[in-house]
Design a protein around this ligand. Structure first.
Ligand code: IPE
Ligand code: IPE
Ligand code: MG
Length: 246
């Protein structure tokens, strides 16, 4: 129906959901209305990714830098997040989705954190898609935190410094138990990474959609995934090597 090859989907899809504010402002609406519409898109895209059989979906929902936004917007976003997480837990259970969060959870208001914990606990036994929300997430902060923890373990003698390699370092990141993203989508036409998964995106295929997040649809997702399926991932090798011609 959507013309996608089911055997060539990204195992891990990451999305920077951007453009909620502009979507609203273009319609003379308050920015928060854009965030509310954005939640509807989250529902549609989560359901579609799960249906397609994508194993990991990671959504950038609130960055460490987003705390700098006006207090009223931050408050409204936190309240929306809490509502979304509490309300969607039942659906996640029905769809066999395991909920996960990356980011500095200590910065979240206690009620949001409680909703996060409840969703994690209630979906812990699910073995379908892993839905990760990046909340109060910044990648540089994540890397520094990983380095500090690793240094602590080395100092305590639980890890030998000469054992340090890429895999060991990765295991200290919030994403330690996830494969790196195969595909990253950013909406709203912005072409930057904004401190998202800097280490993990080393060989990720990037895709930028002009649609603002509230108007990103399942059809737009299919269009993006078709582009992904037409890409050749070489990881430094030659095209011939990848295609086993030499
Ligand atoms: C993305 O939309 C959602 C968050 C960052 C929380 P924005 O709020 O960044 O929308 P624009 O970029 O201002 O249009
Ligand atoms: C990135 O969007 C963070 C999220 C989508 C949650 P921003 O809108 O905050 O990014 P910048 O500031 O425009 O780079
Ligand atoms: Mg933005």
């Amino acid at each position: 129906m959507h013309g996608l090859k089911t055997d060539k989907l990204p195992q891990h899809l990451a999305i920077i959901m951007d453009g909620n504010g502009r979507w609203a402002q273009e319609r003379m609406l308050k920015r928060i209305i854009g965030h509310q519409k954005g939640v509807e898109t989250v529902r549609v895209i989560v359901e579609e990714c799960s249906r397609l059989g994508i194993k990991y979906l990671t959504l950038f929902a609130f960055s460490a830098e987003n705390w700098l936004r006006p207090k009223t917007e931050v408050k409204a976003l936190m309240s929306l997040l809490k509502k979304y997480i509490s309300f969607e837990t039942t659906r996640m259970i029905a769809d066999n989705i395991r909920f996960n969060v990356i980011g500095d959870r200590d910065e979240l208001p206690p009620d949001v954190n409680a909703a996060v914990q409840q969703a994690i606990d209630r979906t812990a036994g699910n073995d379908g898609m892993v839905l990760t929300l990046a909340l109060s997430y910044g990648s540089r902060q994540e890397i520094v935190r990983a380095a500090a923890r690793l240094a602590g373990d080395i100092a305590a003698g639980t890890v030998a410094a000469d054992r340090l390699d890429e895999n060991l370092f990765s295991s200290y990141l919030f994403t330690g138990d996830m494969p790196d993203p195969d595909f990253l989508i950013r909406t709203s036409g912005e072409m930057r990474i904004s401190n998202f998964l800097l280490w993990q995106l080393a060989y990720t295929e990037l895709y930028f959609s002009d649609a603002n997040w509230p108007e990103f649809t399942a059809a737009e997702l299919h269009k993006a995934l078709k582009v992904y399926q037409a890409r050749e991932r070489r990881f430094g090798r030659t095209s011939d090597q990848v295609n086993k011609r030499s």
